[in-house]
Design a protein around this ligand. Structure first.
Ligand code: GLY
Ligand code: MN
Ligand code: MN
Length: 433
């Protein structure tokens, strides 16, 4: 769904930002051995994917803005019929030139030989410093080799992090990226609805987890992260991933799950009663979280600071906690001393894209950055009420989060995951149906 021309355009944009006499270098992800001869599922590095669309390991992208003999080079695996019989087809060097639009391609095993020479005449190397310590070392090694083997060559004096240039580019999504995100959102929403419909007292978290995975995999989409399927008190563990406990008959089930389509993630949370009907106390807390989300989404607009939607959510949640009797004092006092943190300890959202917690700065010059068209964020307020002695019995072990994926648009905020019901009565209806 992302065309080769778009990948080429991304590389050109990045080269333009970097300027001439620079070398930009980016390795692919490697395969990770699980044990014996079986591997973990391969997932391409998001930065490498963003610039190439190439889904193989053992590759390195090198860009040399302004180089006459070719600016965009890929080092990758050569075709190899014996290996391809075991591991499947490889794109190979010709494929890299023809299908990915590279100016040239070389065998990956020639990288050590070729790269030092490419550095000659470059003043600066752009690279994701610190992301992969072994690659950092190789880079220094190549520069040292250039200095020792090419008489008089100083090589690039600076190694600068590519992070800022590249991640600013990734933060604003193109039309085709939004299409991919909408598809991930649609499948993730269908999976969440399916989980609501399947849920019955007597089930185990694992059975609901399986419903989500069934919907993802029948669409050939892997989960974008380990799903959270947390019944009752398990929802109070923010990163609960065991997903193997019996569901509490009269409790809530919190699910935080999404899949990725063409590497673009969706990230949805819903919370619903296992028996299909919210108790009065559950409903009271639920409606506070939903109101916080509604108010927060209103702030996801061009020109608003990123932190505005978190602040809007915190205000509604804090007033709600006062109304529930869980906090004492005025709204302003509680906002000032952040007493709400006992029940709401995370931020209200993050950038979303190729990574679930996508890249890009949240603050610029120590100010919250301003939202721009086609940024995509999650909006995910929650309340997490434990079972301590001072908590009234009906409110104990209620953990609720509601999370949607919102595109900053010229018009109203666009909810990409609105297909899953989030109003309590709509959820009850879906569960009855
Ligand atoms: N699923 C991870 C998050 O909501 O941030
Ligand atoms: Mn989530
Ligand atoms: Mn999230």
């Amino acid at each position: 769904m992302i065309k080769p021309e778009e990948f080429i355009r991304r590389r050109q944009n990045l080269m333009q930002s970097a300027g001439e006499h620079t070398l930009i270098v980016l390795p692919s992800a490697g395969e990770k051995l699980r044990n014996g001869d079986s591997h973990f599922a391969f997932r391409q590095d998001s930065d490498f994917h963003y610039l190439t669309g190439f889904n193989e390991p053992d590759a390195v992208l090198v860009m040399l803005p302004g180089r006459e003999q070719g600016e965009q080079l890929l080092f990758c695996r050569e075709r190899n019929p014996d290996r391809e019989r075991w591991d499947g087809p490889r794109l190979g060097l010709d494929g890299a030139r023809e299908q990915l639009g590279m100016d040239d391609a070389f065998p990956i095993q020639d990288l050590d030989e070729i790269l030092p020479g490419l550095m000659e005449g470059c003043h600066r190397i752009y690279h994701l410093v610190g992301k992969d310590a072994a690659f950092d070392q190789r880079l220094i090694g190549w520069r040292n080799r250039l200095r020792s083997e090419h008489k008089g060559a100083k090589g690039p004096g600076e190694i600068v992090s590519l992070e800022h240039l590249l991640h600013e580019q990734r933060l604003i999504k193109s039309r085709d990226e939004i299409r991919c995100m909408k598809k991930a959102a649609r499948i993730s929403a269908a999976a969440m609805t399916r989980a609501m419909q399947a849920c019955r007292p007597g089930m185990n978290e694992a059975e609901i987890h399986a419903e989500l995975l069934h919907e993802y995999h029948r669409n050939a989409c892997p989960p974008a992260y380990l799903p959270i399927v947390a019944g009752g008190a398990n929802a109070l563990v923010l990163h609960y991933i065991e997903n193997d406990q019996p569901l509490p008959e009269d409790g809530l089930l919190l699910i935080d799950a999404g899949c990725e389509y063409r590497s673009y993630a969706a990230d949805i949370s819903r919370t619903f009663p296992v028996n299909g009907r919210f108790s009065p106390a559950q409903r009271q807390v639920y409606d506070i979280v939903l109101a916080a989300q509604t108010q927060a989404i209103e702030q996801v607009r061009i020109g608003h600071p990123f932190e505005a939607y978190h602040n809007a959510a915190v205000k509604v949640l804090t007033q709600g906690l006062i109304d529930l009797g869980l906090l004492k004092g005025s709204l302003d006092e509680n906002l000032e001393n952040e007493s709400y943190r006992r029940f709401y300890m995370h931020k209200t959202g993050h950038w979303l894209g190729l990574d679930v917690h996508d890249v890009g700065d949240y603050r610029i010059d120590d100010q919250s950055r301003v939202l721009e068209k086609n940024m995509v964020v999650t909006v995910e307020p929650g309340l997490y009420i434990g079972a301590e002695d001072d908590i009234p019995e009906p409110l104990r072990n209620i953990g609720i989060r509601i999370e949607d994926d919102i595109r900053v648009s010229r018009d109203e905020p666009e909810n990409l995951t609105a297909a899953v019901p989030s109003r309590a009565e709509d959820i009850e209806q879906v569960m009855r149906g």
